[in-house]
Design a protein. Structure first.
Length: 483
């Protein structure tokens, strides 16, 4: 890791999903670029987010298919999961990706990639000053005479432009006694090598549900506690109910409208005292109840960068902050806590800095909940469309109504399409079912290019696939009931 210069055209703080691509794009245009990462190359997605969890999910799915194989006439005997081997498989994949990216940028001849904290400390005329505190090689201001640094004395570097890609982190809820136990977050749970006896999860949103199903399939007893009246509350109530029902049928104890009064440490783990008098004994407690942006230790106030009440850096449609020359991409700008939105943020900003006209304005929310089967989502929910005053029609079918799902014996789900018939446009879709995360992207593309919803009625899908029912869904549209 070498610092090739003391002054740069652009400093990027954070080597998550947006930072490295931006660094390469700007370097390719002849800029002097520095990329600073505090923890590990690749950010949350690569190290303890999307990819490692999906590697673990794949193992959990194999275990589930093996246990349910008799319905296909396939008999395997008892199925057990060696969690240490599952984790080792995950680590092998992730380590290779992380080391490949880190090695590439560490040995880059022109991009300065440094593993260090980075904090904005002020301005020197038109240049932003950034303080580093880490171990790295420094070529000096003229690119010669490499010298090793021991990280004991902070170093100040400058740049004309600063791009923040610092991500977000888990935040524990204010539950009395939580700080007295060794609770897990989405980082630490991925390091377990033995299946918990009883995993209690605080939070029934996306992270909590994915880990809950995963560890239940590994063999743990799992209880999910959600303080709101339903899990994944941003979704339509029928979708939330369908997902919760599927998890309960798999043996998870999903409790909604439940509040934890306090937690006590016990010899075998923890005892959770619920409001109302019930108690739960847990071997492990996973906190999956929210995240906050990593904006509080960047020195933003030293140059007047504004954040909202939650700490997200406020940006315009090209990710520019209120301070000229300072940009924010990825989770830290609050425009989407997903790898794909972060990556696209970087691509949009690279285009903008090259004089292009691409912006984030009008980007359609697209994401998935990776329970199994997954929930693929794009655009508005039915409730959001109705709240917006749209005259919509909706088509809904259970997972068993999809031929592909019936053939594969995986019929859990609920498929939902929402259309503004007056404008002939799809406004949203919730595809909970086999390959719903893939099928929804056909609708996402239709919406992205502003194509008419009626195109769904005439395109030729492949049989038998989950997406083949899109023409049927469109043909089944009707006004929603008031139930």
């Amino acid at each position: 890791m070498t610092l090739h210069h003391d002054s740069f055209d652009t400093i990027i703080i954070g080597a998550g999903q947006a930072g490295p691509g931006l660094a390469s794009a700007l370097d390719g245009r002849g800029e002097k670029v520095a990329l600073f990462e505090q923890r590990a190359f690749g950010g949350t997605c690569l190290n303890d987010g999307c990819r490692p969890t999906k590697a673990m999910r794949a193992s959990a799915r194999v275990a589930h298919l093996a246990r349910t194989a008799p319905k296909h006439g396939v008999h395997t005997g008892d199925v057990t999961v060696n969690l240490a081997e599952t984790v080792a498989r995950k680590d092998k994949l992730i380590d290779a990706w992380r080391e490949g990216g880190s090695d590439y940028y560490s040995n880059h001849e022109t991009i300065s990639y440094v593993l260090s904290t980075a904090r904005i400390v002020g301005r020197d005329g038109d240049l932003f000053q950034v303080e580093l505190d880490g171990d790295f090689q420094s070529d000096g201001p003229d690119g010669g005479g490499a010298a090793a640094r021991d990280g004991e004395t902070p170093k100040i570097v400058t740049a004309k432009r600063v791009i923040v890609n610092s991500g977000a982190r888990s935040v524990p809820p204010p539950v009395p006694g939580l700080d007295g136990i060794a609770w897990l977050d989405h980082h630490r749970i991925l390091e377990l090598t033995e299946v918990p006896d009883h995993l209690v999860i605080l939070g029934g949103s996306y992270i909590g549900l994915e880990f809950g199903q995963m560890f239940a399939r590994f063999g743990a007893k799992v209880t999910i506690l959600e303080v709101a009246d339903r899990v994944i509350g941003r979704e339509d109530p029928d979708i939330s109910a369908a997902v919760a029902g599927m998890l309960r049928r798999e043996g998870l104890d999903v409790r909604e409208g439940v509040e934890v009064a306090r937690i006590d440490m016990t010899e075998k783990g923890a005892r959770l005292h619920l409001v109302g008098g019930d108690n739960l004994d847990a071997s492990h407690v996973l906190v999956a109840a929210g995240r906050i942006p990593n904006s509080d230790n960047l020195g933003l106030d030293s140059i007047g960068v504004e954040t909202d009440e939650r700490g997200y850096i406020t940006t315009d449609e090209h990710f520019a902050s209120n301070v000229e020359g300072v940009y924010a991409v990825g989770d830290v700008n609050g425009r989407g806590a997903f790898t794909h939105t972060s990556y696209q943020d970087g691509t949009i900003l690279a285009d903008h800095l090259a004089g292009g006209d691409w912006s984030v304005a009008g980007r359609i929310p697209t994401y998935a909940l990776f329970v199994d089967p997954p929930l693929g989502r794009v655009g508005m929910t039915l409730a959001q469309a109705q709240d917006a005053g749209l005259e919509v029609e909706v088509a809904i079918t259970p997972g068993g109504g999809v031929t592909k799902a019936a053939l594969d014996g995986e019929t859990e789900g609920l498929w939902k399409l929402v259309v503004d018939k007056s404008k002939d446009r799809v406004v949203g879709a919730s595809f909970f079912g086999l390959y719903g995360d893939e099928a929804v992207q056909a609708v996402s593309l239709l919406m992205h290019v502003d194509a008419p919803a009626s195109a769904l009625a005439t395109f030729l899908p492949i049989h038998p696939t989950s997406a083949e029912f899109l023409p049927t869904f469109y043909g089944g549209l009707k006004k929603p009931s008031n139930d």
